[in-house]
Design a protein around this ligand. Structure first.
Ligand SMILES: [Mg+2]
Length: 168
């Protein structure tokens, strides 16, 4: 169980992700969480630096999709800016949304990475699906009430993972 909560990589920000290294490892697709991963939870505006970074990910030839637990209208709006396939109301950590995204991208689980800010949705769901997982620090401290409750368990999970030597 603990291993399923353990990300393959933990980063402070998206910009720390080594895209060359991912490509070398055979990763061809990136499945992004939306809220607090590429856009602040309470905002409709993406940071310009993240827009540029995302354009770079696409320019490098990575296939990209968004899998979010949020409502369709919000997810569609952001996905449309980049012409990306998306799954909304994904009920992560359920596998269904990831499976649909992989089908859209024409990739197998071993070909793609999940990038998200929550252990109990993005990382757990991605690991269950057999995807590589990258846990990124949330863009803002402001969050959905359900997420704030999740964070308490997230902190506990991190303590347990560290105690077992599964996370640095
Ligand atoms: Mg999120």
């Amino acid at each position: 169980m603990y291993r399923l909560l353990c990300p393959n990589l933990t980063v402070e920000s998206l910009f720390e992700i080594d895209l060359d290294a991912l490509a070398c490892q055979g990763i061809r697709g990136v499945i992004f969480d939306l809220d607090n991963t590429i856009i602040p939870w309470d905002s409709r505006e993406m940071d310009a630096t993240i827009v540029v970074w995302l354009e770079d990910v696409l320019a490098r030839g990575f296939k990209v999709a968004i899998v979010s637990n949020n409502w369709r209208s919000r997810v569609r709006e952001i996905a449309a800016r980049f012409g990306l396939p998306f799954v909304s109301r994904a009920y992560k950590p359920a596998k269904t949304g990831f499976r649909r995204a992989l089908a859209e991208l024409g990739l197998e689980p071993g070909d793609a990475v999940v990038v998200g800010d929550q252990l109990f949705t993005d990382v757990l769901g991605g690991n269950r699906m057999g995807l590589m997982t990258i846990w990124v620090k949330p863009l803002t401290a402001r969050e959905f009430i359900g997420t704030r409750i999740h964070r308490r368990f997230e902190r506990l999970a991190v303590r347990l993972l560290k105690a077992r030597g599964l996370m640095k």
